[in-house]
Design a protein around this ligand. Structure first.
Ligand code: FE2
Length: 497
């Protein structure tokens, strides 16, 4: 009996030790993993769990939005139909999975690639917009620390659910080294150490090509029936699948409070807005409520998270961003839609910001995007109106002149006109090129607008929808205007040596 008791005591002891060791091991593992998590604390953590796909209709309108520096960051927003826990954006190198599978030898380079190919994650923040008696749950995350000129992919998710992967391409770091041009080997004031920079300093033509990009510019899309806008946006993207981003020049919707119109607008720009970043310009129709009175453009200001400006009260109204070596400025021309007591101060703030922004940029090119035009046009409904300059023109054109803006694109009149170069309110080849972009929705005017002495080209299709393709090549900005059916009806270039 004693021998048996001894054996039992040993068995209990050994079992106890196993339990203790297992517990300590588990603790050690937890500690190790805890240290991994701690090391990755902040925005990025490793992703271990298995996920299930987000079901159809559970989220809407996943979108990429432009950030101030498109070479290293991107903002992602989306709208689940109900509030969700643990919302995240995940991203990885586009070819990361392939690299991992084919890396048979764990060389240092392969290990590095494998490490880079891991999925990273950014926690999203939630905001709620209730407008037009509709509540939207808006999730926003900005990815930072991306590598310039690199193709990633991203997906959104929450809890154990994940959406589809979408492409995400970063721009080059062009703005920070914009003084360098192909063949400009003598000018070696490179500020970054990427490969393109090295080759650019040697005048490598390929490096110059890397600064090239195209972007789509859509004029006012406000509509009574958004099917035409839907077809135009989809056709333009299909014809320009390598576009780096797209711009909508304001009056995105006819009524800024009407939730169904925002749904129609977002539906029209899918899948483009999932694939490439959107650049929004606010128009006067974004400020209209359901009674057609002006109001704070609540929906527009909430639906998009654009680059911040120091003037916090003006967030999302005006901003700027760089794409390769082009600096884009988006203006707010809705001063008349603000309460009268605020207008003067609001304009002063924006003018001060604009001067500072244009003075600070090192980008080689400067392009301004503004909804309301700088020129006043006579029209058949107001025969007493004479051609001239608008309040927005008087406010901003002298600043464009002073800071050598290359091109100014506007909208609002629903007509396409090219006005050539203007400086000091007169024809002057040393001033910016002015283009009024046309119409993309179904509010069209066949005979409304008369001519302006500064017009150099008037679209022969005043009642048809159009879009513009902006192509940036080494020493040239090219604006090409197309009808919805792909017919090109204008082309103009700005050259810089
Ligand atoms: Fe407008």
């Amino acid at each position: 009996m004693n021998g048996r008791k001894t054996w039992q005591r040993w068995a209990v002891y050994v079992l106890g030790m196993v339990v203790v060791v297992a517990a300590l091991g588990g603790l050690a593992l937890q500690t190790t993993w805890g240290q991994v998590l701690a090391a990755k604390a902040g925005k990025y953590t490793r992703v271990l769990a298995a996920y299930v796909p987000i079901g159809d209709g559970e989220i809407r309108f996943t979108r990429q939005l432009i950030t101030a520096d498109s070479s290293t960051s991107r903002t992602i927003m989306w709208e689940p139909v109900k509030p969700e826990a643990s919302p995240v954006v995940e991203y990885r190198l586009k070819d990361g999975a392939v690299t991992k599978q084919t890396a048979t030898k764990q060389t240092a380079a392969a290990k590095s690639q494998e490490s880079d190919s891991e999925i990273k994650r950014v926690t999203a923040t939630e905001s709620v917009l209730t407008d037009d008696e509709v509540t939207r749950y808006l999730y926003t995350a900005t990815i930072t620390g991306l590598t310039p000129r690199t193709t990633y992919e991203y997906r959104v998710g929450y809890e154990n659910k994940r959406g589809d992967w979408h492409p995400l391409r970063t721009a080059s770091s062009g703005a920070s080294r914009s003084v360098i041009t192909a063949g400009d080997a003598a000018n070696k004031t490179a500020t970054t150490d990427d490969a393109a920079n090295t080759s650019a300093t040697t005048g490598d033509a390929k490096a110059a090509e890397s600064e090239d990009f195209t972007a789509l510019i859509f004029p006012d899309s406000q509509s009574a029936d958004y099917r035409g806008w839907d077809a135009l946006a989809k056709e333009a993207y299909k014809r320009n699948p390598t576009a780096a981003f797209f711009i909508n020049m304001g009056d995105l919707v006819d009524n800024g409070e009407d939730a169904s119109q925002w749904d129609a607008w977002f539906t029209a720009v899918e899948p483009m807005i999932e694939d490439i970043p959107f650049v929004g310009v606010m128009g006067n129709h974004e400020t209209y409520n359901l009674q057609w009175q002006v109001r704070e453009p609540k929906a527009y200001l909430s639906l998009f998270d654009f680059p911040a400006v120091p003037q916090r009260e003006d967030k999302n109204r005006y901003y700027s961003f760089d794409y390769n070596d082009v600096h884009f400025v988006v203006l707010d021309t809705q001063l008349a839609e603000r309460p009268e007591a605020e207008r003067e101060q609001a304009l002063a703030r924006e003018e001060a910001w604009l001067r500072h922004d244009l003075a600070a940029t090192k980008a080689r090119w400067k392009v301004v995007l503004m909804h309301k035009d700088t020129l006043r046009y006579p029209n058949t409904k107001r025969p007493d109106t004479v051609p001239g300059i608008t309040d927005m023109g008087y406010a901003f054109m002298p600043i464009f002149d002073a800071y050598h803006v290359d091109a100014v694109v506007s909208a609002h009149y629903h007509m396409y006109r090219r006005r050539g170069h203007i400086k000091d309110f007169r024809r002057d080849e040393s001033g910016p090129l002015y283009i009024i972009s046309g119409v993309a929705g179904d509010v069209r005017y066949a005979t409304l607008w008369k001519s302006h002495p500064l017009d150099t080209f008037v679209s022969p299709y005043p009642a048809e929808a159009n879009y513009i393709v902006l192509t940036k090549t080494d020493d040239r900005l090219t604006f090409e205007a197309f009808l919805a059916n792909g017919t090109k009806f204008d082309e103009v270039q700005v050259n810089k040596q």
